[in-house]
Design a protein around this ligand. Structure first.
Ligand code: SF4
Length: 527
């Protein structure tokens, strides 16, 4: 559970930014927000019932990925219907809204803003009508060449209503659909956009799913009794009583049959490597979701086990930081009861380590609340977490969290536990130190704000006031996810990215497409 109110994505150069206020005197504090999730997408095609309610339930299942706005676009075979509102899913729709969304196919979106700003004009799905029909688009991710594409399209006469990258994709796709069939138009669009994208798209009554060629954000296909679903996470499919079919492959276009009978697959772009965001498994995705063939809960437990073997410390009790540290802590404590911190089998007469809840979360604290003074913001964590003294007092404790961003929350937590009588407080983190920002749609923080950007682990330990501090290694992440380092995005922990980002290093041979200022579409040669 990382710290503090997160700042805009500090994307340099042409990459998009958002305009969330970051003023330190802001009257709203988000005391325990972390690297913030960035949007959830869904799409359904059903045989014999309206799509609106299944979409609504799916969005509920994806609410953790974005709380700023929610929207649904459906198509009834004749026209598109859209309802998009700011706020949580439960507040954005009422019965009448759902009844008005006619049609058996549709897409939905929950949004946390990274590109385009915090306002209703950037809420999604984004819809546009053009000469060859209607389009709706839901996007999870972040393009790194959105501004140059927008400039080119504006030169060609396209009018934009937002500064978000999703509208750029919509216009680029609409432009290509004027000259090519659906599959070719999507391929041309993929050859012109660069960055992270998992999309659910509605072209008239046809629902499509597209995942960027490196598969940075998750996207999967599911089957329900009367149709097919695409969603950011399999938990949305579970919510509908469906079965996960498989992940959408990096570079793949999936076209759902509008009558709900099946889907077509087109592998439009092939890359040698993938760039799955490892933070999906560490923090963003629900533990009950299967992402890229791995159950997130199991991955977190195994990461916790690795954390014990790499940097275990013998203490009286292991406490998870709720809720995101829980699966790590259970794996860590399980491993701690099998072997000692120096890797020897634990003797029979050694009672081992207690795994307990020591921090209770107030579930009714909203995403933001009013904290006008610095002192109040410093104490913000106390509004959200309260220690259980009996598990802490007079004992040495290890708290397990998934990541540290700025260090503010970790410092507050350590002090909270000391105030509750802990004799020693050790901190263990289920991810490597975050040393660089994310440009792929995760609201992390700027380099200047990241506590690990220019500090050693010992310096961070001192800053947060812990008795010891341990992070998980990058190799442990790759091991547990059964992936080579080159198949993961590790940008925020290495400072080397899998996309061509202005002013940043890459860890592979990638190049952003050449945008030629409207002189023609270079992608056509690849049709
Ligand atoms: S930079 Fe970090 S958070 Fe962003 S996509 Fe890569 S691994 Fe995920």
């Amino acid at each position: 559970m990382p710290d503090g109110r997160e700042s805009p994505n500090p994307t340099p150069g042409r990459a998009a930014t958002h305009s969330e206020p970051t003023d330190a005197t802001s009257t709203h504090a988000e005391p325990t927000g972390g690297p913030t999730e960035k949007c959830g997408v869904v799409g359904v095609a059903l045989a014999d019932r309206a799509a609106a309610r299944p979409l609504y339930y799916s969005l509920y299942a994806l609410q953790h990925r974005g709380q700023e706005s929610a929207g649904i676009v459906t198509h009834d075979g004749f026209q598109q219907h859209s309802h998009v509102e700011m706020g949580l899913v439960g507040d954005a729709f009422d019965e009448d809204d759902l009844d008005s969304l006619a049609g058996a196919t549709g897409i939905g979106h929950v949004r946390y803003p990274t590109s385009g700003g915090v306002n209703a004009c950037c809420a999604q799905p984004f819809s546009v009508s053009f000469k060859s029909g209607s389009l709706g688009l839901s996007h999870n991710g972040n393009l790194v060449n959105a501004d140059e594409l927008r400039d080119e399209l504006a030169e060609l006469g396209h009018a934009f209503t937002s500064n978000g990258d999703t509208e750029v994709i919509a216009h680029e796709l609409a432009r290509n659909l004027l000259e090519a069939d659906l599959v070719r138009a999507v391929k041309r669009t993929m050859n012109r956009i660069h960055g992270s994208y998992s999309l659910s798209i509605m072209h008239d009554e046809t629902v499509l799913a597209v995942r960027d060629p490196q598969g940075n954000r998750p996207l999967c296909i599911g089957e329900v009794s009367d149709g097919y679903v695409v969603a950011s996470e399999s938990a949305a499919i579970d919510t509908l009583g469906g079965e996960l079919v498989r992940d959408v492959r990096p570079g793949e276009l999936v076209v759902l049959d509008p009558d709900g009978t099946g889907f077509e697959s087109y592998q439009l772009v092939d890359e040698e490597t993938t760039a799955h965001c490892f933070f999906e498994h560490v923090y963003f995705a629900r533990p009950d979701s299967v992402v890229d063939d791995t159950l997130v809960y199991e991955a977190r437990r195994n990461l916790g086990r690795q954390l014990w073997s790499e940097s275990g410390v013998e203490t009286d009790v292991v406490l998870p930081v709720p809720d995101s540290g829980r699966s790590f802590a259970s794996g860590y404590a399980e491993a701690a009861n099998e072997t000692t911190a120096d890797g020897q089998p634990r003797p029979d007469d050694d009672t081992g380590v207690e795994f307990a809840e020591g921090l209770m979360k107030n579930r009714y604290v909203g995403r933001t609340f009013i904290m006008p003074t610095q002192d109040e913001r410093e104490r913000a964590v106390r509004l959200k977490l309260n220690p259980i003294r009996s598990t802490i007092e007079g004992r040495s404790v290890t708290i397990i969290d998934d990541s540290i961003v700025r260090g503010t929350t970790s410092r507050q937590l350590v002090s909270l536990l000391r105030d509750a009588g802990a004799e020693e407080v050790h901190v263990r983190i289920g991810a490597p130190p975050i040393v660089a920002p994310c440009y792929m749609g995760i609201d992390m923080a700027s380099r200047e704000e990241l506590i690990a950007a220019d500090r050693s682990i010992e310096e961070i330990r001192e800053e947060i006031g812990a008795d010891s501090l341990g992070y998980l290694s990058i190799d442990a992440i790759a091991d547990v996810l059964d992936a080579s380092r080159l198949d993961l995005c590790l940008g925020c922990v290495t400072g080397e990215y899998p996309y061509d980002i202005d002013g940043e290093a890459t860890d592979r041979d990638v190049q952003r497409p050449v945008i030629d200022g409207g002189e023609g579409s270079p992608a056509r040669a690849d049709d």
